[in-house]
Each structure stands twice: as C-alpha cells, then as structure tokens.
Design a protein around this ligand. Structure first.
Ligand SMILES: Nc1nc2c(c(=O)[nH]1)N[C@H]1C(S)=C(S)[C@@H](COP(=O)(O)O)O[C@H]1N2
Ligand SMILES: [Mo]
Length: 187
C-alpha cells in the first residue's frame, strides 16, 4: 500500500479492543453526560443529546496504537472538543486537560491539541454507531497522537494549569505522544 504511515507502524485489517479498566455496566445515551471541570468559571455539564445537536464534523484518520498497529481509513463523526470548550469560560492559565472515562481511565492532553479542528468527541465510525467496547456513546479522537490519548467513554474533561500524567503516561508512555515524531516513551 502506497501511503503515509508513521514510523514503526503497520496497518492491520481488524479493529482490536484495548481496555484497561472495566467497561460501563449499562450505557444509556439518554442520560450520558460530559462535565467540563477544573480551571473554568463554573463547571458545565453537557448531555449526549445536547452534544449531538451541535455542529457535527467528520474527521478522517488512521488510528495508531503505540503497540505498532494502525487501523486505516476511519471516518469518525462527532463534534469538535473546541466547540464545547468555547461555550465554557476557561481560565487563562489553563494549559492542559485530563480527559476521564467512566471507569477511571484517563489521559492528559495539551490544550493546543485539544482545541485543534481534528480533535473530536465521536459517536460514529464509518457510518455506524461506535460499538460499546469502542467507547460508545462518546470517545475522544486525536488522529495525530497515539491512541492511548483517544479516551473511550468520556465523562469529564478537567482543565489544568500544569501537565499531570494519565493512566499510561504514569506507566512510562509519552506525555505528548506525537505519532509522526514517534514519541512512544517518556525519556
Ligand atoms: N477508557 C479507555 N480509553 C482508552 C483505553 C482504555 O483502556 N480505556 N485504551 C486506549 C488505547 S491504549 C488504545 S490503543 C485505544 C484502543 O481503542 P479501541 O479499543 O477502540 O481499539 O483506546 C484508548 N482509549
Ligand atoms: Mo494502545
């Protein structure tokens, strides 16, 4: 296949599941919410229905796990995280966010990447709702970063002044995780 792939990665056909914590026990999209907390004037909670009613975008991207497999040609549908954060008064000093899952998994993301046009909260892949094990109802997608940043079952985004390591970052994986710079492990 003649196409760009980040250094050290290989395309695979299937879409594996990688879950470190327990999956949500009963997912009801009608009551699912995402809270924006931390360095904001006041915490704001968005319902899944409110998020779906916002401007939707489609982001095309390969999905790169740090274990070296990449899933090609994903068309994700969701809303820009930027559109959510623009509705919240974020304090000047916020520089990072901790994105948290229902079951306690988390990952830190710098605000610049979080606010980029390709960073979305997605509920669809290739025209179909995400399977529960892939993060339905809402998962983060950041195509330019290793997939451990793409948190499944997002319930909270906490704005922070300084970087703090998330689940895999505490275990030696890179804080920024740029796939093109091959930032796999923290030196
Ligand atoms: N909530 C949650 N999100 C997560 C993970 C996890 O363990 N829990 N694993 C990450 C890792 S390491 C990868 S490779 C991708 C895998 O996504 P998938 O299970 O949809 O393939 O999800 C990321 N997001
Ligand atoms: Mo991964």
């Amino acid at each position: 296949m003649d196409r760009n792939i980040p250094p050290g990665q290989q395309f695979i056909k299937q879409f594996p599941v990688r879950t470190a914590e327990s999956e949500p026990t009963s997912i009801d999209p009608k009551t699912w919410t995402v809270k924006i907390t931390g360095l904001v004037e006041r915490p704001v909670t968005f319902g899944f229905d409110e998020i779906q009613a916002m401007d939707t975008v489609q982001v095309k991207g390969d999905f790169h796990c740090v274990e070296t497999w990449s899933v090609p040609d994903n068309l994700w549908k969701g809303v820009k995280v930027k559109d959510l954060l623009d509705k919240v008064a974020i304090e000047e000093k916020a520089g990072y966010a901790m994105v948290k899952s229902w079951g306690g998994y988390d990952s830190d993301v710098d605000l610049e990447v979080l606010m980029s046009d390709e960073t979305i909260l997605a509920w669809e892949r290739n025209g179909k709702p995400l399977e529960p094990e892939h993060g339905y109802p809402l998962r983060l997608i950041i195509p330019s970063r290793y997939a451990y940043k793409s948190v499944k079952w997002v319930i909270e985004i906490e704005l922070m002044e300084n970087d703090r390591p998330g689940y895999w970052e505490k275990r030696g994986y890179h804080r920024r995780a740029d796939v093109w710079a091959e930032e796999r492990f923290e030196k």
